[in-house]
Ligand binder design. Structure first.
Ligand code: XBP
Ligand code: MG
Length: 251
């Protein structure tokens, strides 16, 4: 059976989820389809800063190969090979405006958690398994999204929350996943990473963590053959939610 075909069998997905001591979630694209809001927020920042940059979906999809909003803007500017260089201060100011706009957009409630996410989080906690977050975005963005979706005390559900600025190198480097494992005091093989992008798959795999992919809008047609399981979304994990007896790793 081809890896991709095998990887798409929900039974494998259920087994992978249920045997893990901890599930480590990516944020953007995995918990919610946030990248469209990020794209709109970037364009808002460019207009505020007097730049005639406007990132359409096709351009943004390509730019998403660069992780980190600040790094993404630098990469785009470098491609333009024109105009005066953007200083670090310019990039920081653009990212500040973008992040503020992103928060406003999230607060409108227009970016709910993806199908199956809320139910899976509840089932995992009911089984005594642990939850963590390993993302490239910022703590502020995580808090905006999950306060809106899970309430202001969302962080109490997670044993570790590691963001892009907590580590030296962003995905596809393994840093954010290695830091998460260190904070959880767990081995890579005892966890599963839930991701939506090739960079996220590479980062978790480099940390030795098995990966379940949930395909997202901007990364639907990526090569995920290195993943253990590939789903269209987490609602396919119905089985992983029904039984709630404690797991062997249960706290
Ligand atoms: C996705 C990213 C982030 C977001 C934008 O993070 O690469 O850069 O696109 O957020 P992940 P920032 O999928 O690892 O959650 O502008 O705050 O970087
Ligand atoms: Mg992602």
């Amino acid at each position: 059976m081809q890896a991709e075909a095998l990887a798409s069998v929900p039974a494998d997905a259920t087994a992978l989820i249920r045997r893990a001591a901890a599930l480590i979630f990516d944020v953007d694209g995995t918990l919610a389809e946030t990248e469209e809001l990020h794209r709109q927020a970037f364009n808002h920042a460019f207009a505020c800063h007097g730049l005639d940059w406007q990132w359409g979906r096709a351009v943004y999809k390509d730019l998403l190969r660069v992780t980190g909003g600040k790094e993404r803007m630098r990469a785009y500017h470098a491609r333009l090979e024109m105009g005066s260089p953007l200083s670090n201060a310019d990039i920081a100011e653009l990212h500040r405006i973008k992040t503020a706009r992103y928060a406003e957009l999230v607060k409108t409630g227009s970016c709910p958690l993806r199908p199956g996410v809320t139910e899976l989080l509840a089932a995992v906690k009911a089984r005594g398994q642990r939850l963590a977050i390993a993302t490239t975005t910022s703590h502020g963005n995580i808090d905006e999204l999950l306060s809106q979706a899970l309430g202001t005390h969302w962080a109490a559900q997670f044993d570790a929350v590691v963001a892009g600025d907590d580590v030296s190198h962003k995905k596809p480097a393994p840093d954010v996943y290695l830091e998460t494992l260190a904070r959880l005091k767990l081995g890579a093989a005892d966890c599963v990473a839930i991701e939506d992008s090739a960079n996220g798959l590479i980062a978790a795999s480099r940390a030795g963590i098995p990966v379940l992919i949930t395909r997202s809008t901007f990364f639907r047609d990526e090569d995920f053959s290195a993943a253990r399981v590939v789903l269209d979304d987490l609602s396919e994990l119905g089985g992983a939610r029904q039984e709630t007896e404690k797991q062997p790793h249960a706290q």
